[in-house]
Design a protein around this ligand. Structure first.
Ligand code: FAD
Length: 624
């Protein structure tokens, strides 16, 4: 299987990740250190995560009314990950990090997502949580609450959703009031060195990793509203603030006490897939674990009052790219499993000029054209999705350590591409998983093979971190029009450069022309959607727009990869390696597949957007 080789191709032949080592932050690194990190990641993922992926699916987390029980293998896998130091791979040396580029960190994570996406969710959430504290916390909050996460001692969550507020976070009802009464002794607890101290009360739904016994503590990041003097909260997202709420109370010196904060587990959610990650309904401040004799979960304000959602977007943007990569790697896992099956499953015979020769031995199904179609589809999605994830990771690097011009461009491109990085793999890698099941035939529909689990696991990704519909609204409603369409112009400029290069390479001009036409259609459709300035009309078909935009971005990526493959072929280095000439030929054939089978789909999607078709918008509830 070629996951590792594909990573090398993407990182070095395409993205030139080695050049990042010239930046001051990464001066201690070179290709050898990157290789060592990827080797280590692949080893831990294969030895500690993959073997228990099915087990964590079968042995769901259980709650006995007091304690959550996970399979005993789960903390062992977490420990192996935490001890590797990978949690802080891209962080400063002072934080115990390796100062690796984000692109290498994401490449490292791709092994874990493929091996067991639901186990990898714990480090993914913890890292995002600690990064948010790092970006918005005080030095003491970072020392006390983020460091433990980076060191793999504590776990982190994000607590946004509530039973009545999922997509519409402005409607959260969790409240935070200043902790003025303290223990009744008149001590003003609000001025705690760990931050302004509040008491939180409310219910948070769907919280991943919300309760378990792993690690020294769980650090919850919680969105809540602070009522004004009149007891009312500011409507909308402006009223939302962010709080650090530790599961066990922490002293200002960072030592974790044995005293529980007033955060109680109300129950577990029993999921279709992704079962290795415990998913919880948490009650904050209901009085089950009173602090200083009073109900209310102790929380410390992080960032400014009213800027909670803004702060949380640090985590959400990062989480969205990671969700997309997780979806991609589930697609990759299904691709590998179905390819292995197709290579050895004999069934049917080749078509010949005079029909089938039934006396001939059966052929492996990988020889059938329709099976090859399904493999090419999966390859296009999983390798293309991996390329998209790494591209976004490298944009994060440019945003952090690039030249001022690189930073500006990276920032705009990240804003624009994040909905695509999240949604495109979520939709198409799940479809790829469906194709994997199809290749296995009846076997694919059983629990004796892993592909049905990949499909179930992947179904989550269009739901969490902003549903598919919400991502479409974000893209067409905000991202393509922000700053007068500046981000879209930057992307169009990049795509045009690729098209120009493709025009000079034999065999790629056809794809370059198709991409140029697609880009033009995206531009025209964006204008047509907004031509009346009526949001209900412009956004009536935001999801088809998201689909078409995603396919156009992926066509661009596949043209880039085809160019890189042609350049590699010209050098001949890969052809002489263990994978032979087939490796690059496979990349080129997949680009052909994408341009001929996938990109043409955008016409149907864009048609309803540019015509501001109101079929769905005008359908009435009582027509259904
Ligand atoms: C397994 C799992 C893990 C999760 N982990 C976490 C976590 O760790 N932390 C956390 O805070 N949350 C978490 N979530 C919650 C997740 O982010 C929400 O489920 C998601 O945001 C959708 O909210 P909802 O379920 O309330 O659905 P709703 O918001 O009710 O949406 C239902 C449907 O209506 C559509 N819809 C809603 N509003 C609009 C609109 N304005 N325009 C168009 N369509 C709309 C949606 O697209 C969707 O198809 C998790 C969810 C799951 C299932």
């Amino acid at each position: 299987m070629t996951h590792r080789a594909t990573l090398d191709f993407l990182l070095y032949d395409w993205l030139d990740a080695e050049s990042l080592c010239q930046r001051e932050r990464h001066l201690d690194h070179n290709r050898e250190t990157f290789t060592a990190v990827l080797d280590l990641s692949e080893k831990i993922a294969n030895e500690q995560f993959a073997p228990i992926n099915r087990l964590t699916d079968l042995q769901e987390p259980e709650f006995d009314g007091e304690t959550v029980h996970l399979p005993k293998e789960t903390p062992v896998a977490m420990q192996a990950f935490n001890e590797s130091g990978l949690m802080a791979a891209s962080k400063d040396a002072e934080l115990g990090g390796m100062q690796l580029p984000t692109a290498i960190e994401m490449a490292s994570m791709s092994f874990f997502y493929k091996a067991s996406v639901s186990l990898a969710a714990y480090p993914m959430l913890t890292r995002g949580n600690a990064n948010t504290i790092l970006s918005h916390g005080t030095p003491l909050q970072i020392e006390v609450f983020a460091k433990g996460g980076f060191e793999g001692r504590t776990f982190g969550t994000m607590c946004l959703s509530e039973p009545q507020a999922g997509s519409s976070l402005s409607d959260i009802t969790t409240r935070a009031v200043p902790d003025v009464q303290g223990d009744g002794s008149g001590v003003d607890w609000t001025q705690d060195p760990l931050g302004q101290r509040y008491r939180l009360r409310g219910n948070k739904m769907w919280i991943s990793g919300g309760e378990h016994e792993m690690g020294e503590n769980i650090v919850h990041l919680v969105l809540a509203k602070i009522p004004g003097a009149d007891g009312k909260t500011i409507p909308g997202v402006k009223g939302i603030s962010l709080f650090i709420v530790p599961r066990k109370l922490v002293k200002a010196d960072g030592s974790i006490t044995s005293q529980r904060n007033d955060v109680a587990l109300a129950g577990l959610n029993h999921k279709c897939g992704y079962r290795g990650t415990v998913n919880t309904l948490l009650n904050f401040g209901e009085g089950k674990f009173p602090v200083n004799g009073q109900s209310g979960a102790v929380g410390y304000l992080i960032g400014k009052e009213g800027e909670g959602l803004k702060c949380m977007f640090t985590l959400m943007n990062e989480a969205r790219i990671s969700v997309g990569l997780g979806a991609t790697m589930l697609g990759y896992a299904g691709f590998e499993a179905s390819l292995a099956y197709a290579l050895q499953r004999p069934q049917g015979r080749r078509m010949g000029a005079g029909g089938k020769d039934h006396s001939a031995p059966q052929i492996p199904i990988v020889e059938h054209t329709d099976v090859k179609r399904m493999l090419l589809m999966q390859k296009a999605v999983s390798e293309g999705g991996l390329a998209l994830g790494l591209l976004c990771a490298q944009l994060v690097d440019d945003d952090y350590t690039g030249t001022p011009e690189q930073r500006e461009q990276a920032n705009l491109l990240l804003e624009l591409l994040t909905p695509i990085a999240k949604s495109w793999p979520s939709e198409w890698a799940q479809e790829a998983n469906s194709q994997a099941i199809q290749i296995l035939g009846g076997a694919g529909y059983t629990r004796d093979f892993p592909v049905e689990q990949f499909w179930r696991d992947n179904r989550l990704n269009m739901i969490h971190e902003g549903t598919h519909g919400i991502q479409g609204l974000d893209l067409l409603g905000r991202k393509v029009v922000m700053n007068g369409g500046k981000a879209l112009s930057v992307l169009a400029e990049r795509i045009s450069q690729t098209i120009t290069r493709a025009g000079q390479v034999a065999g790629l001009a056809e794809h370059g022309n198709a991409l140029a036409a697609a880009l033009q259609k995206i531009g025209q459709t964006t204008k047509a959607a907004w031509s009346t300035g009526v949001p209900e009309e412009a956004l009536a078909n935001a999801t088809p727009y998201l689909q078409a935009f995603g396919h156009t971005v992926l066509a661009w990526i596949w043209l880039e990869l085809a160019l890189a493959a042609k350049a590699a072929q010209a050098k001949g280095e890969w052809d002489q390696g263990p994978l032979g000439t087939g490796f690059m030929q496979g990349k080129l054939a997949t680009a052909d597949y994408f341009f001929r089978f996938e990109l043409p789909k955008i016409d149907a999607w864009l048609g309803v957007v540019s015509g501001r078709d109101m079929t769905c918008a005008q359908a009435q509830a009582d027509w259904f």
